[in-house]
Design a protein around this ligand. Structure first.
Ligand code: GLN
Length: 498
């Protein structure tokens, strides 16, 4: 255990690195403190599906051996990272929080996991999520919901709720989530942390269990922009095992992060900043615009007229792709199989009926319908055409502005159970995040305020494709100019109190 009373919980990548290099703590001690913190507080929050303790100690040992030999430490040496349960870590279940994959143990590693390993990160556990990443509250997990560390009666957002709570509660320094329509950014805003969806193709999807392949992207979550930037640097880059992986590298973040927002032109998206947005959220957005202006940016309004179609387009494209991707779960090759069925057809039917939850079934049915013969042109093809219009709106906006801003979510975290009976209300939670997935552009959510009930509010910044570094630089400048990220969920400091 760490010898001082402050514990090692809540430290940044930079701080952990300094402690390791000076020899004042070992990677093993960092890990032990985090595991103890998880054991104490996760029963109430439910961030983890399982811990990867054996792997974590193996990785920590390697780092301590490097320190002992005084060898240079890689970028994430000794840093605990939590992994969403739809990303394959060999030897541990990858359940997607679904009964159908409850016993699936992948024999191979996702590219991001290999890259984290090579950078010295400590994989600490697999995190809870909405089943197959379909949802906005982590209540669609087949196992149990995850709770918001700011107020356990509230949802943490989703679908990467477990990964988000892991960083917000101090269970890990960083985590990975996946974002198909907002699943990294929306929970980041609900839990007061930083979450980024990179440009589509910047991070390899190899080893990410597919939901909607043309939208899915893995991305980092952390408590500080610098940590998120370091993690993105580590996990990004071309991968020949993902055919949609882009053949470039991002510029080195440490060189670009401090470049600021001076003379940047920043557009506030009018359609996503007015009607339907909570007063508290609107007020924080206004202040955020003023802060960016005071830092030297030129802030003005911009219109994305087709963004009003984004939700409808998303629920056709995402469900269509999901229905195809999820057809592989038939009880034969993966996961759950009904043993009692008399013949193969009834085995398929009953395995899928028992294995999938209600929301996943709803999506499969919607998607299968949209793709069925006679309807394809009217739904899937039409949706792809409108998707193009949405992308063109962004192209037009980025010819006048460097970056765009809007709230990450129209509301702060809502009560558990508040939206489970009404899927449409749940879907509306992603109204501001979905357009970026449809256009393939990068987006980041950073803390920008608190509601009257003391719940975090997130600011979303969007940039043109491949402007990931510029986005991080603007987020970093905003973070340095404000104090919101320094106010943390009470559990983060709870281990330090005794
Ligand atoms: N909440 C959205 C959905 O339910 C987005 C999910 C995601 O990004 N994985 O589809």
């Amino acid at each position: 255990m760490a010898t001082d009373s402050s514990t090692l919980i809540g430290k940044s990548v930079r701080e952990l690195r300094a402690l390791l290099t000076s020899g004042s703590v070992s990677a093993r001690e960092i890990l032990q403190d985090h595991i103890q913190h998880i054991e104490r507080f996760d029963p109430e929050l439910g961030a983890f599906n399982c811990l990867t303790t054996h792997l974590a100690y193996e990785q920590a040992e390697k780092i301590d051996a490097l320190v002992k030999k005084r060898e240079p430490l890689p970028a994430l040496a000794g840093v605990p990272v939590a992994i969403k349960d739809n990303i394959c870590v060999p030897g541990y279940p990858a359940t997607c929080s679904s009964k159908i994959l409850q016993n699936f143990v992948p024999p191979y590693s996702a590219t991001v996991i290999e890259r984290l390993g090579a950078s010295g990160a400590i994989i600490i556990g697999k995190t809870n999520m909405d089943e197959f990443a379909m949802g906005s509250s982590t209540e669609n997990s087949a196992f149990a919901p995850t709770h918001n560390p700011w107020n356990v009666k509230k949802v943490p957002g989703g679908s990467s709720g477990g990964s988000t709570v892991a960083v917000a509660a101090g269970f890990s320094t960083l985590s990975l989530g996946s974002d198909t329509g907002g699943s990294i950014r929306q929970p980041a805003s609900f839990c007061g942390v930083v979450g980024m969806k990179p440009t589509y193709g910047v991070v390899s999807r190899f080893g990410l269990i597919a939901f909607a392949s043309s939208l899915d992207q893995i991305g980092p979550l952390g408590r500080e922009v610098e940590d998120v930037a370091t993690c993105l640097q580590v996990i990004s880059g071309h991968d020949k095992r993902d055919s949609t992986s882009l053949p470039f590298c991002l510029p080195t973040q440490s060189e670009t992060l401090a470049s600021g927002v001076k003379s940047m032109r920043i557009g506030i998206i009018s359609e996503l900043s007015g009607q339907g947005i909570d007063d508290d959220v609107r007020c924080s957005l206004k202040q955020a615009g003023e802060t960016l202006q005071s830092l030297g940016a030129v802030v003005d309004e911009v219109s994305l007229p087709n963004s009003k179609h984004a939700l409808s387009v998303y629920y056709l494209i995402a469900t269509a792709e999901a229905s195809a991707n999820l057809s592989r779960y038939d009880g034969v090759k993966f996961g759950l199989r009904n043993q009692e069925a008399d013949d193969i057809l009834s085995m398929y039917f009953s395995s899928r009926s028992d294995g999938f939850g209600a929301e996943v079934k709803r999506r499969i049915m919607l998607g299968t319908y949209a793709l069925s013969s006679g309807y394809y042109d009217a739904y899937y093809k039409k949706a792809q055409q409108v998707r193009r219009l949405i992308k063109q709106d962004f192209d037009r906006a980025f010819s006048q502005f460097d970056l765009l801003i809007c709230p990450t979510s129209p509301t702060v975290a809502f009560e558990l159970g508040a939206k489970t009976a009404d899927p449409l209300q749940m879907y509306l939670s992603d109204i501001a995040t979905i357009p970026a997935n449809l256009a393939g552009i990068p987006g980041i959510s950073i803390p920008c305020g608190f509601s009257q009930q003391r719940l975090p509010i997130g600011l979303q910044l969007l940039g043109p494709a491949l402007a990931d570094s510029k986005l991080l630089a603007a987020a970093y400048a905003f973070e340095k100019a404000t104090q919101f990220h320094t106010v943390t969920a009470p559990v983060l400091t709870a281990s330090a109190k005794h």
